[in-house]
Design a protein around this ligand. Structure first.
Ligand code: IVH
Length: 689
């Protein structure tokens, strides 16, 4: 920085001589503004203009004034960054826009496939924005009128924990934005990270204090963010990089350009974002950072490649899990060599057998690895695993490491190959493997203990019936005492029998009973998901309930009827039919019905749902005035239509908004597909009987 400008700034910021005549409120405002400015210069720009001592003095003055004048308290004051000792119970908050994840690419071929997929969907020229993929924990920040209002973790993507109090202690996150060019309200998302230096220092202290060290900076960042005491969070010196802005009224159509604007509002935006016009440039960027990232102060695990134009991003849309317009190229994972001692077999709730490798403990990317997942028999056979083999273990994004290769040269000639088991390790039943499926299954689903327990654990889990007070251990205990064999038994549990067990007192017993009682209000789609029918996850459960309305209709649906439902294919349909063909399951559902669980779609969900658009497939493109694209999509689906992403001969309508790309229009015209406006669409819904 020019020395003159620096001096000028110091002078402008140094108001120590002016404040004698200010009112307390004026002085508080000035101090807050200046401290925010200094925080930004220090933590975001790394260009402090005052000493730490001067900063502390200003902070002390502000704290004293705020103490004297509690009427001017403000949770966004920079003094709040020191944190509080209050214990916080995190509230759950629903994300305005779901927090999706990214699909991954591990090779240039996969990147080229991504590029080709996009080029098929848009035929105008476009650029990519390439960014570092920070390896921390995601955060969504909500700003209103330039003030930080809420900070929410990713959670399950739909709902997250409100960690605002903790996030306020992170100094590179502005509490008050600079200037006045920012949108009135917006969300900005990014990654909270713990710099290596802070991480190492923290772990050294933990080891000295006899505490367990954190496995890696990512775990320690997410662990810290979830702490109950925000003053400890403040000491942990977390940092945050922001990389996605969502909302209306953003400065430009370009993602890169919006990030630069966000930088000027005070956010920490990585300097290493690059706009690339070709895949060659993208690959050059990746190759550079694969090596150069080792010198960065924070952990990164890949490069994120995003279509730069946000209107194009909207057009490309998302799949259920991730946007079509972005991909994460993951750097090759770290590798270690160790000895494979044995393989054990676990039985899941669906009866699927998962082989697990037991290894000689080895250090890998900051953690000690003792076990590795082997997934299925094919993997064991393809790797040709033998007892005591020296194996290469890799840890990618997943928590559980995997075996990626064997050093066959060092194998003993007499070593025995591993042979996949033929009988269930828990109940002795002969295992089956259906054609086209990778996993072996234990078919004894009504008697095999881990399957029975697994089904109950799934049933009580948060996304299913969410039964408080019951956990894996309790299920184990009740099961061991023969108090439960299936989920219907939960509803006939005897209070006195629970209380008679060692660990249970009045309070914990009542908690279980009342939470089971409450679960009778859980909506049908979650009850259906809770039953644990193979391949019926949350989304499929929602689709089935929306279309077929009641359990009786689902139980008696024919294969054809099931296949007619959007996104339900052979595998799912077969599984639903098989489930209800089993008498035990039918009886179970009857008992749950008798217990009072919801087995019918709620009237309020049914309201506004029609079959008006049945058989129509509609492409939405551009931006709209009266409804968001998500709302329009919901309207199509609620009225029996199908929302599809690209135009084909089968498309019934192109619902075209503002700023629609010329290629989509041309394609619709070429295939003579009717183009309708938002008003036309609303009219169609209003009229069509
Ligand atoms: S874009 C729709 N950009 O990676 C997803 N994500 O698997 C929008 N991440 O949860 C995210 N660095 O927390 C994006 N430069 C970057 C990123 C990044 C790290 C994380 C993010 C997200 C996860 C996606």
């Amino acid at each position: 920085m020019e020395i003159f400008a620096k001096l000028l700034l110091m002078r402008n910021l140094n108001t120590n001589t002016r404040h004698m005549t200010d009112s307390p409120k004026q002085r508080i405002d000035t101090l807050r503004k200046e401290l925010n400015e200094h925080n930004h210069r220090y933590y975001v720009l790394s260009q402090p203009v005052i000493s730490d001592y001067d900063f502390d003095m200003m902070m002390r003055e502000l704290q004293e004034l705020e103490e004297k004048h509690p009427e001017f308290a403000d949770p966004n004051s920079p003094s709040q960054r020191v944190g509080s000792d209050l214990n916080i119970e995190f509230q759950q908050v629903t994300h305005r826009f779901p927090m999706l994840s990214l699909s991954n690419a591990y090779s240039t071929e996969e990147l080229m496939d991504f590029d080709n997929r996009i080029k098929k969907l848009v035929d105008e020229p476009f650029s990519y924005a390439c960014e570092l993929k920070f390896d921390g924990t995601s955060i969504s920040l909500n700003y209103q009128q330039g003030k930080l209002v809420k900070a929410v973790t990713r959670g399950d993507g739909e709902k997250g924990d409100d960690v605002t109090t903790n996030v306020r202690t992170i100094r590179s996150i502005p509490l008050q934005l600079h200037g006045n060019q920012y949108p009135e309200e917006f969300e900005i998302r990014g990654e909270i990270v713990m710099p290596f230096e802070v991480f190492n220092e923290l772990n050294n202290t933990r080891i000295e204090n006899g505490e367990e060290p954190f496995a890696n900076p990512r775990n320690s960042a997410s662990g810290t963010l979830k702490m109950q005491n925000s003053s400890i969070v403040a000491q942990r010196k977390l940092d945050a990089y922001l990389f996605a802005i969502l909302g209306t009224g953003l400065p430009t159509d370009g993602h890169y350009e919006n990030l630069q604007a966000a930088k000027s509002w005070g956010f920490k935006i990585s300097e290493h974002v690059k706009k690339c016009d070709s895949m060659e440039e993208v690959i050059e960027f990746i190759n550079h950072w694969d090596e150069a990232r080792k010198d960065l102060p924070v952990a990164t695990d890949g490069i994120v490649i995003k279509v730069n134009s946000t209107s194009m991003q909207n057009e490309l849309g998302n799949t259920a899990k991730s946007p079509r317009w972005a991909i994460a190229y993951k750097f090759a994972a770290e590798r270690a060599v160790t000895t494979l001692k044995s393989i054990t077999y676990q039985v899941g709730r669906t009866g699927a057998i998962t082989p697990v490798a037991n290894l000689d403990p080895v250090q890998l990317a900051g953690t000690t690895v003792k076990r590795a997942s082997l997934h299925n028999a094919d993997i064991i056979n393809n790797l040709d695993l033998h007892v005591d083999d020296k194996v290469y273990v890799e840890k990618g994004g997943e928590i559980i490491p995997k075996i990626v290769g064997v050093d066959t040269d060092s194998r003993d000639m007499l070593a025995h190959p591993f042979v996949f088991i033929s009988k269930c390790p828990e109940c002795g039943s002969k295992l089956v493997r259906q054609e086209g499926e990778a996993a072996h299954y234990c078919p004894n689903s009504n008697n095999c203990p881990p399957q029975l327990k697994g089904k109950i654990e799934h049933f009580i889990s948060r996304k299913a019936m969410d039964i408080d007070g019951l956990g894996e251990e309790t299920i184990d205990l009740f099961f061991g005492k023969d108090m439960i064999r299936n989920v219907a038994d939960l509803y006939t549990l005897d209070r006195d029998k629970i209380k008679a067990l060692d660990r249970f007192q009045e309070k914990s017993t009542e908690r279980i009973i009342s939470s089971l009682e409450q679960s009778k209000q859980v909506p049908f789609e979650r009850v259906l998901y809770a039953l644990g029918i193979r391949f019926v996850g949350e989304t499929v459960a929602k689709k089935l309930t929306k279309k077929l309305i009641s359990i009786d209709k689902i139980a008696t649906a024919t294969l054809e009827q099931l296949l007619e439902i959007d996104e339900i294919g052979d595998k799912i349909a077969q599984s639903v039919i098989e489930y209800f063909a089993d008498e035990t399951n039918v009886e179970l559902v009857e008992r749950l019905k008798a217990a009072g669980l919801q087995f019918q779609l709620d009237e309020s969900v049914l309201e506004g749902m029609t079959n008006k658009l049945e058989g129509l497939s509609i492409v939405i493109s551009g931006s709209f005035e009266k409804h968001s694209r998500d709302e329009l999509k919901k309207m199509i689906e609620d009225n029996g239509g199908k929302n599809v992403s690209s135009i084909s001969k089968k498309t019934s309508y192109l619902l075209a908004g503002n700023k629609i790309g010329p290629s989509k229009l041309q394609k619709a015209e070429k295939l003579s597909i009717p183009i309708i406006s938002e008003d036309d669409f609303l009219q169609l819904l209003a009229e069509k009987a």
